[in-house]
Design a protein around this ligand. Structure first.
Ligand code: NAD
Length: 247
């Protein structure tokens, strides 16, 4: 497929998991992808597997100036900007009462500030091309989950960023959509640890009955949502969670 021929996308969190799969997928469909991550070595490993045009750049999305510089870089390298994929994120299992101020601020910075800074810098360029923002939220932004209160707060913010931006740009040539994955087999989930003394009855409520998804499941959905085939989808957060949030 060449749905993305001539298009330029910028993807955060591109060194691993969902961001990596999405970068490889869009590039394979003809996009020039500007791939951002804190993990420069991981970016190079990913680029080694790309079948299309992937340009890597180290970027800490918690820093507004780095986000703006990355968007400028993308427009300079690609000549235009069509797609922003806000994907970089972190998660932790923790007792609410034990969350430190530093841990709280770090999760807010990556999962919320990063999405905000990238969107604000990208929008003027996206407006020139009927562009699209795809924000990766989570099932944790749609339902409450024990021992991940701060993560749930950040993902709820991503859901509302998606909807509120969609309303503000309702009459302008920009689409804003979201993806709410359930469990996906990535580094984030593999390294995820719960405190030893949690009540597993509470945790079991949000483990999927159908097993974990693969990063490619999310990349497939992303590639559809950011394409012209999804031109009527605006302000929607699409769940891909094996029914986890259905009832
Ligand atoms: N894996 C899941 O089960 C799951 C479920 C729901 C939502 N999500 C969301 O999907 C997104 C991608 O997660 P993943 O599962 O692919 O995780 P991952 O850990 O495999 O990838 C996340 C990437 O983000 C990068 N990153 C972290 N902090 C950064 C920063 N400050 N600046 C730039 N890059 C940074 C990491 O280096 C890593 O490469 C996240 O937003 C996550 O919350 C994941």
């Amino acid at each position: 497929m060449t749905r993305y021929e001539g298009r330029v996308a910028i993807i955060t969190g591109a060194a691993s998991g969902i961001g990596r799969a999405t970068t490889l997928r869009l590039a394979s469909e003809g996009a020039t992808v500007i791939a951002l991550d804190l993990d420069a070595a991981g970016l190079e490993g990913m680029r080694g597997e790309a079948t299309g045009n992937v340009i890597t750049r180290a970027c800490d999305v918690t820093k507004a100036d780095e986000c703006r510089a990355a968007i400028d870089f993308a427009v300079t390298e690609g000549g235009r900007l069509d797609v922003l994929g806000n994907i970089a994120g972190i998660a932790r299992g923790e007792h609410f009462a034990e969350v430190t101020e530093a841990a709280y601020r770090q999760m807010m910075a990556v999962n919320v500030d990063g999405y905000f800074f990238m969107a604000q810098a990208a929008i003027p360029h996206l407006l020139e091309n009927n562009g699209v923002i795809v924000n990766v939220a989570s099932n944790a932004g749609l339902i409450g989950q024990a021992y991940t209160v701060v993560y749930c707060m950040t993902k709820g913010a991503v859901v509302q960023l998606t909807k509120a931006l969609a309303m503000e740009y309702l009459k302008q040539p920009l689409r804003v959509v979201g993806i709410a994955p359930g469990g996906v087999d990535t580094g984030l989930l593999r390294n995820y640890q719960m405190p030893a003394d949690v009540d597993f009855d509470l945790v079991m409520r949000y483990t999927g009955a159908r097993g974990m998804a693969k990063p490619d499941d999310m990349a497939n959905l992303f590639a559809f949502l950011a394409s012209d085939e999804a031109r009527n989808i605006h302000g929607t957060v699409v769940s891909s969670d094996g029914g986890m949030t259905a009832g």
